[in-house]
Design a protein around this ligand. Structure first.
Ligand code: AGP
Length: 606
């Protein structure tokens, strides 16, 4: 969703801000802007609707020369997508960019009736509130702190004033802000990827903190202005990871690089020889691992489906634990009860998803231990869980999640393997999973290379359809759901995932020659039952694509057969084919593959 960048130093702020905003493009946005202060302390604002390239055009007509500034990509919440609603907002002596939502902005707007508001945004109200406190000798920091005490909602903000021309004030509550400490420069961003290439040293602001930044660094305070001394942390990753690396789209790069990122997920955690798995991050005592009886897995979208697939594996591996997989946006408001000896796995690529974060906090209130299965290092969820494990998929830029899904499933599987060994789990089965995990990267690579061209051809054939059903049984069911999600979000084809056994309970009524169906069929003990719906669909004119590792004769319109040593983890391989299929369908339909309409990479508001 929205992104923030700020810069104070010796470079031309405009260039740093634009390059930072481009790095944040992937998060999803509909307008952008920057505000800078020039050498004569004169402020300048440039804003535009649409892509950063539009903003660049505005700036090329009238470049900004100053060395301090703030920038923003906006994903509309209050007010339409217009230049007036785009950030930065300027009220009185204050220039402000803001991520998040000010819930009581209407009340505040009434209190601030002496101001003339130009936009429909909550952010302009916050700017006015800060300005109204910026008087009687108060510094910008004082004014921001005072204003934020009156605010209900969430925010990550960056503000400056021509009155204090060397300073940017930032603050956060529920929306990330990172302060990069460079040599004679300080770069602020809502996402560490914007800092790569400038510095590796950064302060991750915590909720309820405010910082005063200048080119020599930053001073951090709480909202009562008590001075704090946070330790700077190291930012991981490098610029190459957030570039397309020769691929046309980030999505294709991220699908194809699963074979190289997965070894990072597995590294030091699986011993295929001895058949063991171990994760250090959860930091559980032997007693805690033995005592656990219930595991709840929380996530949204793809993270939820990863949890669902992992729960099937957990049930196979751990004989005496119940698992429950929940959608965060529902669970946070349910009157849920978790038995004693529960553990919660909080699954999130971004580590910032508002609903998932809210669940984490609700679960913690109930005294249950929470473990993060998170990709983005230093993200809010990663910081608030009691323990956890990074999935180490590397930066995922494309809005549609692909390599993170695989890494999440694998990480939860390793967690299950570890717990299973304390619960009398079947050692042979644990060993088999460990062996398959150790060859998964090379098998994924083979699968992608063997079938990439085939999936492209299939996509060309099916791109004209407007409706699709994805069907799977047992461990292929979660990937049917995930396959349908992937297709709908980037191709805009209406697609639904179902458990194959549900076909007769309703969805088959939809099937006719205008539909195509993707059947994920595993060559396992449920093979015959998985074939069930196939004949029924074809009898009604529906077109059937089968993705399978079976070598048996199957009647279908198209069959993609995966030849692999992998058995138990076959759903992961079939899912990579679905990822390729969705990608090529979206390309064929001429869509914006990496930034599909209406979607944001991390959903930081409800
Ligand atoms: C996946 O392709 C989606 N864009 C979306 O469902 C995503 O998985 C969901 O919003 C959860 O995000 P998170 O993993 O960052 O919490």
């Amino acid at each position: 969703m929205c992104g923030i960048v700020g810069y104070v130093g010796n470079k031309t702020a405009q260039n740093v801000l634009l390059s930072g905003l481009k790095r944040l493009e992937y998060r999803g946005y509909d307008s952008a802007g920057i505000a800078t202060l020039d050498e004569d302390k004169e402020p300048h604002i440039a804003r535009s609707v649409g892509k950063i390239s539009e903003l660049e055009q505005v700036l090329s007509a009238k470049p900004h020369t100053g060395h301090l500034g703030i920038g923003h990509t906006r994903w509309a919440t209050h007010g339409g997508v217009t230049v007036t609603n785009a950030h930065p907002h300027h009220v009185g002596n204050v220039f402000l960019v803001h991520n998040g939502i000010i819930e009581n902005y209407k009340e505040l707007k009434e209190q601030l009736s002496s101001y003339e508001f130009k936009s429909d945004t909550d952010t302009e109200v916050l700017a006015a509130l800060i300005d109204s406190n910026y008087k009687d000798g108060a510094s910008l920091k004082d004014a921001v702190a005072k204003a934020l005490k009156e605010v209900r909602g969430t925010y990550g903000i960056a503000a400056f004033s021509p009155n204090e021309p060397d300073t940017i004030v930032v603050a956060r509550l529920g929306s990330p802000l990172i302060i990069g400490l460079g040599k004679d420069e300080t770069i602020i961003a809502s996402d560490a990827s914007a800092l790569l290439g400038y510095t590796r040293e950064a302060i991750y602001l915590n909720d309820g903190e405010i910082a005063v930044c200048n080119k020599d660094g930053a001073e951090v305070f709480n909202l009562n202005l008590k001075h704090l001394s946070p330790n700077p942390e190291t930012i991981e990753g490098d610029v190459e990871q957030i570039q397309k690396g020769g691929y046309k789209h980030f999505l294709l790069k991220e699908i194809m690089e699963q074979a190289t990122t997965l070894p990072n997920t597995l590294s030091g955690r699986v011993d295929a020889k001895n058949g063991t798995m171990h994760l250090g991050g959860p930091n559980l005592t032997t007693k805690e691992m033995r005592d656990v009886r219930h595991i709840v897995i929380v996530g949204c979208g793809t993270a939820y489906y990863a949890g669902l697939l992992a729960s099937y594996y957990m049930e196979q591996l751990i004989p005496d634990i119940t698992t429950e997989v929940v959608i965060a946006s529902e669970y946070r408001y349910r009157s849920f009860h978790l038995p004693k000896n529960s553990l919660a796995l909080i699954v999130s690529q971004s580590g910032e998803t508002a609903d998932t974060l809210a669940c984490l906090r609700e679960i913690k209130k109930r005294g249950i231990k929470t473990l993060g299965i998170v990709n983005v290092i230093g993200s809010t969820i990663a910081r608030e869980v009691d323990g956890g494990t990074y999935v180490h998929a590397g930066p995922e830029i494309s809005v549609a999640s692909t390599k993170a899904f695989t890494a999440q499933v694998v990480t939860m599987l390793m967690f299950a393997g570890m717990i299973a060994s304390y619960h009398g789990g079947n050692a042979e089965l644990i060993h088999k999973f460990a062996k398959e995990l150790s060859i998964l990267p090379t098998e994924i690579e083979k699968c992608l290379n063997d079938h990439r061209a085939e999936m492209e051809q299939l996509a060309k054939k099916y791109a004209k359809y407007n409706d699709a059903l994805y069907l799977g049984r047992d461990t292929a069911y979660p990937i049917a759901l995930e396959g349908a999600l992937k297709l709908k979000e980037i191709s805009y084809i209406h697609a639904e995932g179902y458990a194959s056994g549900e076909l007769k309970h309703g969805p088959i009524a939809l099937v006719d020659e205008t539909f195509f169906e993707v059947f994920d069929i595993l060559d396992n003990w449920l093979y015959d039952k998985s074939l069930g719906g196939l004949h029924e669909v074809r009898a009604r004119g529906g077109k059937a694509i089968v993705l399978t590792n079976s070598k048996a004769d199957i009647e279908a319109d198209d069959i993609v057969r995966v030849d692999s040593k992998i058995e138990l983890l076959m759903p992961i391989l079939l899912n990579t084919l679905q990822q390729l299929f969705a990608y090529y369908v979206a390309v064929e339909r001429g869509n914006d593959v990496d930034q599909p309409r209406n979607l944001a990479k991390s959903v930081t508001v409800e």
